[in-house]
Design a protein around this ligand. Structure first.
Ligand SMILES: Nc1ncnc2c1ncn2[C@@H]1O[C@H](COP(=O)(O)OP(=O)(O)OP(=O)(O)O)[C@@H](O)[C@H]1O
Ligand SMILES: [Mg+2]
Length: 550
């Protein structure tokens, strides 16, 4: 259980609560077992005194049994309140840690893993680990304590009966462990099949327009039917194994009851045992059977947690290639130089930038042109330091970009990506994304600069209109302009348009360029485009088709 050792500090943090939890386990088990002897005693008392009816001893026994049962219930509740609650807290801490790691990972790391895979770390894997933290720990301790307490009482009643009843129980644990492992394996297969259905459905919902254009409804429906049939087959397969779970438990209960009746009966006839003692053994077995089964289940749960924790650890151990070593506070002027920069994408080996050099002075405007695939977006990623050059260096204000305070630098850069991305939120919040508390007046003034205000006021909820899945459908150009406003509102020193005017008609493009031309003169701006019209206000033009010979 090596991977799970990483959880020890978390256990340690919640040691007090877990310690109380263990005490509650002892208490709840003690009262649960303690009451049993009074059941046997009452049976003996009543059978001794059949005609006398219920006497005082029996009444006292009944009272003890009731109070013990209430205490058992109370301590079981407290046990769950401490142990399960701690496991939930640790889950929360772990989830936050994983989420922070997501955010700190570098751009190229995201390219290596799929979103589904990343999501699984946060959902499935953390849940598997929590099962170890909570039920896993709880049931193991519970069983250990229960067996010790019960063994003492059984031993007091009859030693050989104790052996007869205790020996089959570990075999039950083992059988349940085997079955749980098969169930786990098959559940995974069912889950996979289920997520294949969800992905398919999601895909066909988002692509519903395309499906309708191409009149492919029947094909999609047939495909869906196949996926559901596959799921059904796997789910039935799982159900057939699950059916054994309780069957085995019930079978063992039955077997043990027969054994107690037979052995106890013989001992009773031989005069070694009272009826009450036999009744006690029936009770003990019924109390023990469940925890023994659970331990089998927990063992397989813990194995799963181990595998999940290993995946989480691997993920948490990843170090982002983009590290920030500078925490100074200073002003960035905005001079940019590419000095013999090359970049090769590590996953594909494609050399997107080859020995590129250029200089943009602070306040200057550079237009970068080039045909599709010539490395324009790669330049933008390099400039935002989402990736670092494979060779050569990028200098900002004469200093290597790697030596700048990354947070400060990113604050100073306004990036409008090629593919407009908006969050499922209101338009106002999307535009004000960069500021902590965006005020509407400011948002409106920047929306005007990005030439999108006139569209927004036509929506029913204006700036409170929701965009994204359940909101309005924005046109490509509207989205682009909202992204432009979002970058403008930061008042960045460096503006970076990655083909951000491409979805706009030339008139809108001209409007925006005019609106910002006075600002552009105060900022360093890099306008990536494949349209000559966007380069009108630029001081210099860099044509990648000429300078890049790959
Ligand atoms: N994440 C990536 N992983 C691997 N290769 C990539 C990646 N992104 C881009 N490339 C490759 O790098 C080259 C340059 O891509 P880039 O996106 O920079 O081109 P672009 O000039 O922006 O093109 P477009 O005008 O179509 O936006 C292309 O050959 C592309 O296939
Ligand atoms: Mg591009």
């Amino acid at each position: 259980m090596n991977a799970l050792k990483t959880l020890n500090p978390y256990f340690w943090k919640h040691k007090l609560m877990l310690f109380w939890g263990l005490l509650f386990i002892v208490a709840s088990n003690f009262f649960n077992i303690y009451k049993v002897q009074f059941i046997g005693k009452s049976v003996d008392e009543i059978s001794k005194n059949l005609l006398g009816g219920i006497n005082k001893t029996v009444l006292i026994n009944v009272a003890i049994i009731i109070v013990s049962s209430i205490l058992t219930g109370f301590f079981t509740f407290m046990m769950r309140q401490t142990i399960i609650v701690s496991s939930r807290r640790i889950e929360y801490e772990l989830k936050n840690k994983i989420y922070n790691q997501y955010q700190s990972l570098s751009f190229s790391e995201y390219k290596k893993t799929t979103i589904g895979d990343l999501m699984n770390r946060l959902s499935e894997d953390v849940v598997a680990v929590r099962m170890y933290l909570g039920p896993g720990v709880m049931y193991v301790f519970n069983l250990a304590i229960l067996v010790i307490i019960t063994a003492v009482y059984m031993l007091k009643t009859n030693a050989s009966m104790m052996l007869w009843t205790l020996i089959p129980l570990p075999i039950l644990s083992f059988a349940i462990y085997k079955i749980s492992s098969i169930i786990n394996r098959k559940s995974k297969i069912v889950q996979k099949s289920q997520s294949a259905i969800s992905t398919f459905v999601q895909d066909s919902f988002s692509g519903i327009r395309v499906i309708k254009f191409f009149a492919k409804e029947n094909y999609i429906e047939k495909n869906y039917g196949q996926k559901v049939a596959d799921y059904q087959k796997k789910a039935l397969d799982l159900a057939s194994v699950e059916a054994y779970f309780y069957t085995i438990i019930l079978f063992v209960i039955g077997l043990l009851n027969v054994a107690i009746l037979y052995i106890g009966g013989e001992k009773y006839i031989a005069g070694e045992l009272k009826v009450g003692a036999i009744v006690d053994f029936f009770m003990y077995i019924n109390i023990l059977i469940w925890p023994f089964s659970m331990v089998g289940w927990v063992t397989s749960v813990n194995q799963r947690a181990e595998a999940s924790m290993q995946r989480i650890n691997e993920f948490l151990d990843k170090k982002s290639e983009i590290q920030n070593h500078n925490l100074d506070n200073y002003a960035i002027k905005g001079e940019i130089e590419f000095r013999n920069v090359s970049y090769t994408y590590p996953n594909t080996g494609i050399k997107a930038i080859n020995n590129l050099s250029f200089v943009v002075k602070a306040g200057e405007s550079l237009a970068i042109m080039g045909k599709t695939g010539s490395g324009k977006t790669t330049i933008a990623l390099l400039l935002c330091r989402l990736i670092d050059p494979s060779e050569g260096q990028i200098l900002v204000d004469g200093k290597n970009l790697k030596d700048h305070n990354l947070g400060l630098y990113r604050e100073a850069i306004g990036y409008i990506p090629q593919e407009s991305f908006l969050f499922s939120d209101t338009i106002a919040n999307n535009i004000g994304f960069a500021s902590e508390q965006p005020d509407l007046e400011k948002i409106i003034s920047y929306a005007k600069k990005a030439d999108v205000h006139k569209n927004i006021i036509h929506f029913k909820d204006q700036y409170n209109t929701m965009v994204g899945e359940r909101g309005v459908m924005l046109s490509g150009g509207q989205k682009q302009r909202i992204c432009i406003a979002r970058a403008f509102i930061k008042e960045p020193k460096i503006l970076l348009f990655d083909d951000a005017l491409s979805a706009l008609d030339t008139e809108t493009e001209e409007n925006i360029l005019q609106n910002i031309s006075s600002e552009l003169s105060k900022k360093t701006s890099i306008i990536i485009s494949h349209r000559l019209s966007s380069t009108k206000y630029a001081d210099k033009i860099l044509n990648l088709n000429e300078v890049q010979k790959n």
